[in-house]
Ligand binder design. Structure first.
Ligand SMILES: [Cu+2]
Length: 218
């Protein structure tokens, strides 16, 4: 091989290594999941604006998504990556009050904007509704826990604390399936609330924390 050919070959193999990396990274990031209904904050922002995230109308139509997209677009592209590892079941120690929606500023704070207090877009739900968790990577679950804020908590003006949450449903070991449906009874709650779902995955100690904004219509 001439020097020129060798240089060219080296350049090409560097290029293909870079191409492989580019392909491999989103694949890795894609291997998790989220609450898709009622949608978690970042899944909802991705769903509503992912194909139009630079549209300035978002600032007035959906201001909490706007601030989140401005803060870190990767929080939406990686809507399935809002988890912590090696929490050992001690969720309240790992996730401080005021940081419940970012899983305690997990992943270097990527999801910090999910903790911002304000008028997040909420979906209407009747008293009996279903939480749908999309287990994209087929991890299965050791358990799911679904909490709802106590009546009187106002998610548009108050930061979320553990003491604002009431456990309404616990589901035990769940085999891997791409969508898990969890029926929930919100009781006598009305109006704006946060549904907080903890998904303890089974493949390793990986815990997911999702804030979903709802409006109970009774
Ligand atoms: Cu995962």
């Amino acid at each position: 091989m001439s020097v020129r050919t060798r240089l060219l070959a080296a350049a090409l193999s560097a290029l293909s290594a870079a191409a492989l990396l580019t392909v491999a990274l989103p694949g890795t990031a894609g291997a998790h999941g989220s609450t898709t209904d009622p949608p978690s904050r970042n899944y909802g922002c991705w769903q509503r604006w992912g194909s139009d995230f630079q549209n300035p109308n978002m600032a007035t139509q959906d201001p909490m998504c706007w601030q989140a997209w401005q803060a870190d677009t990767n929080a939406m592209w990686n809507w399935n990556g809002l988890y912590r590892e090696n929490v050992g079941g001690n969720h309240q120690a790992a996730v401080p009050d005021g940081q419940l929606c970012s899983a305690g500023r997990t992943q270097g704070g990527r999801y910090a904007a999910m903790d911002a207090v304000g008028n997040w877009r909420a979906v209407n739900k009747p008293r009996n509704f279903t939480v749908n968790v999309h287990d994209q990577a087929l991890h299965g679950a050791d358990y799911y826990r679904v909490y709802i804020t106590r009546q009187g908590f106002n998610p548009t003006t108050q930061a979320l604390r553990w003491s604002d949450l009431q456990l309404v449903k616990e589901v035990g070991r769940t085999p891997p399936t791409s969508n898990t449906q969890i029926p929930v009874d919100a009781g006598s709650r009305t109006g704006r609330h946060i549904v907080y779902t903890i998904w303890q995955a089974s493949h390793l100690d990986q815990s997911y924390y999702f804030c979903s904004d709802v409006n109970f219509t009774g």
